[in-house]
Design a binder for this molecule. Sequence first.
Ligand code: NDP
Length: 341
Amino acid sequence: ISIKLVRTIPAGSPTLKDFKVEAVDTPSESSLKPNEVLIRSLYFSCDPYFRGRLSGTKDSYVTSFIPGNPLEGRGIGIVEASTSPKFSKGDMITSAAFKWENYFISSDAQLTNIPSNTGISPGNHLGVLGMPSFTAYVGLVHLCKAQAGETILVSAASGAVGQMVVQLAKTRGLRVIGAAGSDDKVEFVKSLGADVVFNYKTCGNLGDTVKKAAPQGIDIYFDNVGGELLDVALSSMRFFGRIAACGMISQYNATPETAYHIKNLGNVVTKKVTIYGYIVSDYFAKPVYKDFIDEVSARFKKGDIQYKLDEVVGIENAPQALLDLFEGKNFGKRVVKVGGV
Ligand code: NDP
């Protein structure tokens, strides 16, 4: 099976019709060229940045998907056959150019080995040690330099990035306020240690809710959603506050008619706020990546960090699993389980 894009979607909400679930031949071992690897897929990672790759834009940090071609992103798989000296049959690998197919051939340059003795489940290499968790670490620790005693507001706080921000912030001694889109998610974020959590869909006036939760204001806003909550956070920032501009998912399906227009940007000047826009892929080769792996893998193994994976089973369900992200239907880090070890 191969999951292919049917058409590019510059604006508005993608639907299932924009994807094709197509039966394709399994590539044969004999078709491998030198330094290539035949991979059997175990897990795909569903991530909001796919929305930008569906848009057909050429003006992005990452290439757009091409209609007629399979989707690709991060994934975990097993080597079935290899002509590369770096990989052998049975190795577990990960790649950021992992095709949404049961089997595919990749050049060895795009693959990284996952040692068999990590004590971390295959899915959690996309989860607790995956790209979104590292995104949380970069934004909170490396860029915003969170300090004990500060107050942080985290949006999409139960999600792949948010749940890690909450826990890293709590252990650094911050007062943590979370926003989430359902009562179940609110309870989960509280169980992670957040001090105040609200359901942004049912809390009434957002500005009043944030002011009540943080009467002295916010030192750090970790922004996963943009839109109205960003606007509210801007109006509550303290002097020398920092904003991790991580993502703006509320705007990814927006059209010129529905896009939210920010009104409180002036506070960046008057409150001397720093906004850190960043893309996590710039940081994997930097020392902060080792800091992240060391801290989070040790604490996860000790049971001192939780991580909620949200697993959808079956490659044919991958398009819906992706679309769910933009409606808040995932609960935790969304992955698609394609096959077993
Ligand atoms: P999540 O696991 O948090 O899933 C997305 C969540 O966003 C949904 O569950 C929903 O949570 C919330 N959401 C969806 N639509 C809306 C909306 N219209 N308004 C408000 N909230 C909405 O995703 P990730 O943790 O993987 O990603 C979070 C953000 O971080 C995204 O914006 C993503 O693009 C960004 N990101 C940025 C990276 C970077 O390098 N800068 C890297 C990785 C992610 P709820 O039910 O609580 O509303």
